[in-house]
Design a protein around this ligand. Structure first.
Ligand code: MN3
Length: 236
């Protein structure tokens, strides 16, 4: 008797399941024809160097966990949220322009997806001081590279809890600031606005294995890794 009941239950469930699938695909089709639903999804850029390339300043284990666990999870979670919420953005810019209207899951993971793709790109092994047009821009805006580092370090150290320090180009003016959590200057909700030129991840997951509570040592070491050519390219 129990077996028959169970079999009947399974059969009913399958029928309900089939109806649900039919209903969902009809809904998707009608949405696609009336609202031109976009299938934009974030993707994880390939790391431009191997995990140990930034040693001794950032260790290989931190890089591996940061890239393959944290960043990968942000990408998956934002894409799940985009699909679940039918977020109709055509690209990253549109997504961040409407980010105040999406769920916290979509916003936080979308920020995490974009910020880390950017972060990997603006680092490289064995960098030095900025030169050429980005050097001139830094000197013009902050007085000197040392004064820039002082202000940027303050932004990174002053961010309480998790977040990011940024150098942005706001309409031709270079500015330093910070954001909480995975917020970034592209978000419609962000107080700090502008085109990102540099970013520094100050979440503990970015440094704790090697530096423990010494965020200041991580920030100081990071200046050896800044990809100034990439910052110059983004300055335009
Ligand atoms: Mn991170």
């Amino acid at each position: 008797m129990k077996n028959i009941t169970r079999r009947q239950f399974v059969t009913n469930s399958l029928q309900v399941g089939a109806l649900a699938v039919t209903g969902a695909s009809l809904a998707t089709r009608s949405l696609a024809s009336t609202e031109s639903f976009s299938a934009f999804q974030f993707s994880q850029n390939k790391l431009p160097y191997d995990y140990k390339a930034l040693e001794p300043h950032i260790d290989a284990t931190t890089m591996e966990i940061h890239y393959s666990k944290h960043h990968t999870a942000y990408i998956k979670n934002v894409n799940d949220a985009i699909a679940a919420e039918n977020i109709n953005a055509g690209n990253e810019t549109e997504f961040f322009n409407m980010v105040s209207k999406v769920s916290a899951k979509a916003k936080n993971n979308g920020g995490g997806a974009w910020n880390h793709n950017f972060f990997w790109q603006i680092m490289k092994p064995n960098s030095g001081a900025p030169s050429g047009k980005i050097g001139d821009a830094i000197n013009g805006a902050f007085g000197s590279f040392d004064k820039f580092k002082e202000q940027f370090t303050q932004a990174a150290m002053g961010r309480f809890g998790s977040g990011w320090a940024w150098l942005v180009n706001d309409g031709g003016k270079l500015k330093i600031g910070s954001t909480a959590n995975q917020d970034n200057p592209l978000m419609d909700s962000s107080e700090l606005k502008g085109t990102p030129l540099l970013a520094l991840d100050v979440w503990e997951h970015a440094y704790y294995l090697k530096y423990q509570n010494k965020r200041n040592e991580y920030v100081a070491a990071w200046y050896n890794l800044v990809n100034w050519d990439e910052a110059a390219r983004r300055l335009g």
